[in-house]
Design a protein around this ligand. Structure first.
Ligand SMILES: Cc1cc2nc3c(=O)[nH]c(=O)nc-3n(C[C@H](O)[C@H](O)[C@H](O)COP(=O)(O)OP(=O)(O)OC[C@H]3O[C@@H](n4cnc5c(N)ncnc54)[C@H](O)[C@@H]3O)c2cc1C
Length: 422
């Protein structure tokens, strides 16, 4: 196989489209996307019906690269007969579930096949005793193995579960990546005590969803920050999400890159969408008026340890202002603690097997491996440090997938692979 793409998220679906629109047919015909789940679902764990995408629908998988592509969000709406209605909503930000349905449509329409229920568990470089890397061998959880010359890893990032929560029974802790699937198992009318940890969009959405879904639940939001804040949304800094900014960021000096990431932090992390923030505040105010408060917010507090006491989960936290410890008792903990910032585990394992101390990619997202190599491994969505804050977002996917597709073809041409030049 010439190309295997792991993960059928937006990144690899965009790549499948870019290849189908720009690569030679022998490459398209020998490419495959594999997905561990049984279907394509965007943000499966956070599929609340009211949740919306935070970027414009024009930043779909193709439009910024090829506005005439048939794989646009608008063409999807047209194909399902919803274009009039969508225009009439007057919004640029579709519901999350609608982006998800668009991605599913792309997966069925794109000429590169997508295979489901295929979880990659091991990636190994294929290198003869002496000589250059020839390709990659990927083993799946069902025991099957696929060998390929080019590999594209687009599996997203690993969920971050802070140390303090790791010893709690798994059934009491729900990370945001599993929220939609697991929260529905709780009794809708139970008097649950739910603790939500975090102060960003995921924590806010889980708090709001649980408040609405469980009318008798009491909710406590625990956060290290001074309080919930909105995303920073200046149109000036939003220009740093343009695909054209990636090159500028990549060629900047390391200290400038760090400054840009630090200053841009609040545009994507550690904040809530303003409408969610307002909804939460007004609800809490209304509850105060009617004496029906059900949400507590505990700010400036670090959860330092957790334990079970009978059937209760006990979260012990330290108040940063006073240094004093206190605790919260609950039944279920919801973690809005985000994702591990370093490379995902399977990429680190691959780097180890290549003898690499650090994972580095070129401007075109190709992993840097020692020695001459015809085999390429491309990493999508994990290069924020070198390619900027938009790297894990939809904003750059249309362009990035075109760049990766072009780089793969360029390597074939440079390597003059004889059987491929015909
Ligand atoms: C709750 C939430 C909301 C978000 N909202 C927005 C938004 O509004 N706008 C925006 O631009 N970005 C948003 N993001 C950022 C998000 O990362 C990107 O939108 C986008 O999903 C990144 O695409 P991806 O393909 O790189 O990764 P993912 O979307 O994470 O897709 C990775 C895919 O790979 C599969 N996979 C993982 N490991 C394996 C394996 N070993 N074998 C096979 N398959 C595997 C997964 O099942 C998944 O389908 C949001 C993120 C979250 C968590």
């Amino acid at each position: 196989m010439e190309l295997l793409a792991i993960g059928a998220g937006p990144a690899n679906l965009a790549l499948a489209v870019a290849l189908s629109e720009s690569a030679p047919s022998w490459l398209v015909d020998s490419s495959l996307v594999v997905e561990q789940a049984e279907d394509v679902t965007w943000q499966r764990g956070m599929m609340m019906p009211w949740a919306r995408s935070q970027v414009s629908f024009l930043k779909d998988l193709v439009t910024l690269r090829n506005p005439t592509s048939r794989f646009s969000f608008l063409n999807y709406l047209h194909s399902v007969g919803r274009l009039d209605d969508f225009i009439n909503t007057g919004t640029f930000t579709p519901h999350r579930m609608e982006i998800s349905a668009y991605l599913r449509w792309v997966a069925t329409e794109v000429p590169i096949p997508v295979e489901f229920n295929k979880k990659a568990v091991r990636i190994r470089p294929v290198r003869p005793e002496s000589g250059d890397l020839e390709g990659w061998q990927v083993t799946f959880s069902d025991g099957s193995v696929i060998s390929c010359r080019n590999l594209v890893i687009g599996g997203g990032r690993d969920p971050y579960v802070p140390e303090a929560f790791r010893s709690l029974p798994a059934e009491r802790v729900i990370h945001s990546t599993e929220f939609s699937e697991r929260i529905g198992k709780l009794d809708k009318f139970g008097a649950h005590r739910i603790a939500v940890v975090g102060a960003a969009q995921s924590a806010g959405e889980m708090l709001w969803s649980s408040y609405q879904e469980f009318p008798h639940a009491r909710l406590t939001l625990l956060m290290r920050s001074i309080g919930l804040v909105a995303y920073e949304g200046s149109k000036f800094t939003n220009e740093l999400f343009y695909p054209s900014f990636v090159g500028e960021f990549h060629s900047s000096r390391p200290e400038a890159r760090r400054q840009m990431l630090d200053e841009m932090y609040r545009t994507n992390y550690g904040g809530l969408a303003p409408d969610l923030l307002n909804s939460l505040y007004h609800q809490m105010y209304q509850d105060r008026l009617t004496g029906t408060e059900r949400i507590d917010m505990v700010s400036m507090s670090d959860v330092t340890s957790t334990r079970m006491d009978g059937d209760d989960v006990v979260l012990t936290f330290t108040d940063r202002r006073t240094g004093q410890s206190d605790s919260v008792r609950c039944d279920t903990v919801l973690l809005g603690t985000g994702f591990v910032r370093s490379m995902p585990r399977h990429i680190r394992d691959l780097a180890d097997s290549l003898g690499l101390a650090d994972v580095e990619v070129t401007r075109d997202y190709r992993m840097v491996v020692p020695g001459g190599t015809a085999a390429g491994c491309y990493l999508q969505g994990v290069n924020e440090a070198t390619h900027g804050i938009a790297d894990s977002l939809l904003s750059v996917l249309a362009s990035r997938s075109g760049e990766i597709a072009a780089d793969i073809v360029r390597h074939y041409e440079n390597d003059r692979v004889p059987s491929r030049t015909a």
